[in-house]
Design a protein around this ligand. Structure first.
Ligand code: UT7
Length: 320
């Protein structure tokens, strides 16, 4: 059986932070940020956090799917910015929804997290263990950003996206996933220093570190590679794909991927100009926005692809 998306939802914080706002905090300007990344503004949480955004997105997706909470069997949250070590975000979503019959766990693969979660759920559904699931990508990147580091603080935003999937004859077609721990040092963020009764000194807070250029090069090579692998594996012509929904990190990366695949840019929707890079949330937020605009029709083919810290990457082909 195949996981088919039957409902979507998303949530972003209310506060909009523009490039001009950031230029008051670090030595940057709108021209640099928008020409290098395509980002003009992002939503940054004040009252919200990863859990509250996940819950809002989840409620919308459940409503869109007309799914009763008690009927939900599984909740998987992809996040690299959980609010707590434990309980996991998914259990908190479960409580908020009153989804008492669902098993709930988090999964961490940074910006590729949503695709890793989708493929995990597909494996459960294909095995026959479960027949439906709620998959969420939720992040508050703003809390792990060093707001004094202009090379990273201009790139990220907060938000959550969710989909409800159900076992059907059509839906998920196939996927390609990959990981490369050797390259992991180019994008990191530590949790806590080892600090216990045997350790001396104060605990220091760590923030996100990124060596932008190697990440850029990795993305423009790996994404077309795994998309091509997936097209070949599934015997799909690139023209037969209606939309290529890529992780929203940088418009230059998306344009480069379109060019390398010889697919018109119009097939690569983007929302990063208003959201920035929301990590694991970027693909499901864009999916939800497109769904709400009525851009999808039954039977259309959608190819999603993500990349990020780990290093991790992946692509999934689905039929709407
Ligand atoms: O989802 C996670 C995946 N992450 C990504 O996809 C990020 C991938 N990388 C990128 O998107 C790009 O590498 C960036 C947008 C991060 C940077 O673009 P770039 O063209 O690679 O710029 P750069 O890092 O080579 O920096 C060029 C210059 C430097 O100055 P010098 O050394 O040439 O004098 C930087 O110090 O731009 C400077 N710079 C800035 N200037 C104004 C760096 N950040 C800023 C800034 N405003 N915010």
């Amino acid at each position: 059986m195949r996981a088919r998306i039957i409902g979507t939802g998303s949530a972003v914080p209310e506060s909009v932070v523009t490039n001009d706002d950031l230029a008051k905090v670090v030595d940057t300007n709108d021209e640099w940020i928008s020409s290098r990344s395509g980002i003009r503004e992002r939503r940054i949480a004040r009252e919200d956090n990863t859990t509250s955004l996940a819950i809002k997105a989840a409620k919308q997706a459940m409503e869109d799917a007309h799914m009763d909470s008690e009927a939900l069997q599984m909740i998987v949250v992809a996040t690299c910015t959980p609010d707590m070590f434990f309980p996991n975000t998914a259990c908190q979503v479960q409580q908020a929804l009153g989804a008492h019959n669902a098993v709930a766990f988090d999964l961490s693969a940074a910006c590729s997290g949503f695709l890793f979660a989708l493929s995990t759920v597909q494996a459960y559904i294909n095995s026959g263990l479960y027949t439906n699931a709620l998959i969420i990508g939720a992040e508050t990147m703003s809390k792990v950003i060093d707001w004094k580091d202009r090379s990273t603080c201009v790139l990220f935003g907060d938000g959550a996206g969710a989909v409800v999937v159900k076992a059907e004859e059509t839906g998920f077609i196939d996927m390609v996933l990959g990981s490369d721990g050797d390259g992991g040092h180019v994008l990191t963020c530590r949790t806590r220093e080892m600090h216990n009764l045997l350790c001396e000194g104060e605990q220091e807070m760590d923030y996100l570190h990124m060596d932008g250029q190697p990440v850029f090069k990795f993305a423009v090579k790996k994404v077309p590679e795994c998309v091509e692998q997936l097209l070949e594996k599934t015997g799909t012509d690139r023209e037969a794909v209606d939309y290529y929904i890529l992780h929203q990190a940088n418009s230059r990366i998306i344009q480069s991927v379109a060019k390398r695949l010889h697919v018109p840019e119009e097939k690569f929707p983007m929302n990063l100009s208003t959201h920035g890079n929301t990590s694991a949330a970027s693909i499901p937020i864009l999916l939800d926005e497109m769904n709400r605009k009525g851009m999808f029709a039954r039977g259309q083919k959608i190819l999603m692809s993500g990349f990020g810290a780990g290093l991790t990457w992946g692509a999934a082909l689905i039929e709407w």
